[in-house]
Design a protein around this ligand. Structure first.
Ligand SMILES: CC/C=C\C/C=C\CCCC/C=C/C(=O)SCCNC(=O)CCNC(=O)[C@H](O)C(C)(C)COP(=O)(O)OP(=O)(O)OC[C@H]1O[C@@H](n2cnc3c(N)ncnc32)[C@H](O)[C@@H]1OP(=O)(O)O
Length: 280
C-alpha cells in the first residue's frame, strides 16, 4: 500500500532528477524515489522513426542500463501518437546506403530494447502502428490510452514484416490471432488490444499510464534482479539467436525490397495520402 502510494505520488510530480543526456530526440528522466527511468520519444508531430531517433533511443537505453535504474518506461512526448513507425519520408527517394543505415539502426534499437535485462514497460499514450507497435511489444508490459490504434499494418502497405519484427507481437498474442492480424495488417483499437492481450491495461491519462507502468516495475521489488533478468532472457533467447543469425541478410533483403520501383511508388502514394488526410 505504502509502496503503491509512493509510486502514485512520484508519478504525479514528486522529486525527480533529470539525467545528463546528450541526445536530442529522446530524453531520460530518473525518479529519485523509485529509481525508475522514463524514456520519452520526442520527435513531433508523430515520432516517426528516422535514423537520429533510433540512434538516440539506443543511446538512452544504454544510459539507463549503465545508471543502474530499476526499470525503464517508454513513452512519447507527442500528444496523440506513441510512434507512427518508420519515417517513410526518409525511406522515400533515397539511396541504398541510407536504406541500409535505417534498417540497421531499427534492428539495433529493437535488440537494445527487446534484449534489455531491465524490467521494461510502454506507456502508450497514442497511436502505435508498425514500428510503434514494434517498440511497444519489445517491452514486457503495455498500458494504453483509450480509443487509439496499435498493430503491425505492414501488409496494408504491401510490405512484409520480417520474423524478428513480429517476435514481440508473437510473444503476447496467441499464434492464431497473430497470424490473422498480421496477414490482414490489422490495427487494433485499445479496447480490442486489451481483449486479445496485446496490451495489459488501459489508462485514461498519460500520468495514469506512467503510474501503472511504474507499479508493474515495482512488482519486481522483492525479486532478485539477476534471477529476474536471466529468466526474462531465457524466454527471449531463441528469438534473439534467430535474429542474430539473419540480421546481415535481413538488412540486404530490406534494401532490395525498399529500393524496388513499385515499392518506392507505393511509398510515394502512401505519403501523399497521409498528407492529404492531415490537411483535411
Ligand atoms: C512503407 C515502407 C516500405 C517499404 C519497406 C519494406 C519492408 C520492410 C518492413 C517495414 C517494417 C516497418 C514499417 C514501418 O514502420 S512503415 C510506417 C508505417 N506507419 C504508418 O502506416 C502510420 C502512418 N501514420 C498514420 O497513420 C497517422 O499519422 C497516425 C500515426 C495515426 C497519426 O495521425 P494524426 O495524429 O492524425 O497525424 P497525421 O496523420 O496528420 O500526421 C502528421 C504528419 O506526420 C506525417 N506522418 C505520419 N506518419 C508518418 C510516417 N510514418 N513517416 C513519415 N511521416 C509521417 C504526416 O504525413 C503528416 O505530415 P504533414 O507534413 O502533412 O503534417
Amino acid at each position: 500500500m505504502l509502496h503503491s502510494n509512493l509510486l502514485r505520488l512520484v508519478a504525479r510530480g514528486g522529486p525527480k532528477r533529470w539525467m545528463s543526456t546528450t541526445t536530442k530526440l529522446t530524453s531520460v528522466e530518473v525518479n529519485d524515489k523509485t529509481g525508475i527511468a522514463t524514456l520519452t520519444l520526442n520527435r513531433p508531430p508523430v515520432n516517426s522513426q528516422n535514423v537520429q531517433l533510433l540512434v538516440d533511443l539506443q543511446s538512452s537505453i544504454g544510459e539507463i542500463e549503465s545508471n543502474k535504474s530499476r526499470g525503464l518506461i517508454l513513452t512519447s512526448a507527442c500528444s496523440n501518437v506513441f510512434s507512427a513507425g518508420l519515417d517513410i519520408l526518409e525511406m522515400y527517394n533515397t539511396d541504398e546506403e541510407r536504406l541500409r543505415t535505417i534498417w540497421t539502426e531499427l534492428q539495433n534499437a529493437w535488440i537494445a530494447l527487446y534484449g534489455s535485462s531491465l524490467p521494461t514497460a510502454a506507456a502508450i499514450n497514442g497511436h502505435a502502428p508498425a514500428g510503434g507497435c514494434l517498440l511497444a511489444t519489445a517491452c514486457e508490459y503495455r498500458v494504453m490510452l483509450p480509443k487509439r490504434l496499435i498493430g503491425l499494418n505492414e501488409t496494408q502497405l504491401g510490405i512484409i514484416a520480417p520474423k524478428w519484427l513480429m517476435s514481440g507481437f508473437l510473444n503476447v498474442l496467441p499464434q492464431r490471432v497473430a497470424e490473422r492480424a498480421l496477414t490482414q495488417g490489422r490495427l487494433f483499437t485499445t479496447e480490442e488490444a486489451l481483449a486479445e492481450g496485446l496490451v495489459d491495461e488501459i489508462a485514461n491519462t498519460k500520468e495514469e499510464a506512467l503510474e501503472k507502468c511504474a507499479a508493474f516495475i515495482g512488482s519486481f521489488t522483492k525479486v532478485n534482479p539477476l534471477a529476474r533478468s536471466l529468466t526474462k532472457l531465457q524466454f527471449r533467447a531463441e528469438n534473439i539467436k534467430e535474429f542474430e543469425k539473419i540480421r546481415k541478410k535481413d538488412v540486404e533483403d530490406f534494401v532490395a525490397l525498399a529500393s524496388r520501383p513499385e515499392v518506392q511508388k507505393g511509398m510515394g502514394i502512401y505519403l501523399e495520402n497521409l498528407k492529404k488526410k492531415s490537411k483535411k
